[in-house]
Design a protein around this ligand. Structure first.
Ligand code: GTP
Ligand code: MG
Length: 148
């Protein structure tokens, strides 16, 4: 089934939003397949956001991501990439709808609490980058209560 890479950024960890964020994905019905807390270095953050290296905010973005521990996760489920982005909300919290994570918990675009893969292909690359050791193999026992 489809998987996505979700990362709670350093501000989300510092602000004690980890449980709240995990709860939203769990309650939706998605399945947690990978989870760890770690602090990444500049080279790793630059690799994760390589597509944005030409942007004027790139340096600030890298500084932000290396500023403290992040929570890296793999979530699985039908359409989890697109639906995960909906749960997260628009990039700029000024435009994120209330009820989304960024809409409820963020104000500035440069402190927007959470990352989610933007496509199935980027999810595949990001999961390989963040979880080179691989992820858990398990099937939720509530599967048939969530999927028709
Ligand atoms: P991610 O899930 O973190 O990848 O965000 P996104 O996919 O919604 O947006 P995008 O990939 O375009 O940008 C990555 C991150 O860079 C954003 O989440 C912001 O933290 C930051 N960012 C994007 N645009 C701006 C900007 O105009 N100014 C600043 N300061 N930061 C930005
Ligand atoms: Mg992005």
């Amino acid at each position: 089934m489809e998987q996505t890479f979700i990362m709670i950024k350093p501000d989300g960890v510092q602000r004690n939003l980890v449980g709240e964020i995990i709860g939203r994905f769990e309650k939706k019905g998605f399945t947690l397949k990978g989870l760890k807390l770690l602090t990444v270095d500049r080279a790793f953050a630059e690799k994760h956001y390589a597509d944005l290296s030409a942007k004027p905010f790139f340096n600030g973005l890298v500084e932000y991501i290396v500023s403290g521990p992040v929570v890296a996760m793999v979530w699985e489920g039908k359409n989890v990439v697109v639906t995960g982005r909906k749960i997260i909300g628009a990039t700029n919290p000024a435009e994120s709808a209330p009820g989304t994570i960024r809409g409820d918990y963020a104000i500035d675009i440069g402190r927007n609490v959470i990352h989610g893969s933007d496509a199935v292909e980027s999810a595949r690359k990001e999961i390989a980058l963040w979880f080179p050791e691989g992820i858990a193999e398990w099937r939720s026992s509530v599967h048939s209560w969530i999927y028709e």
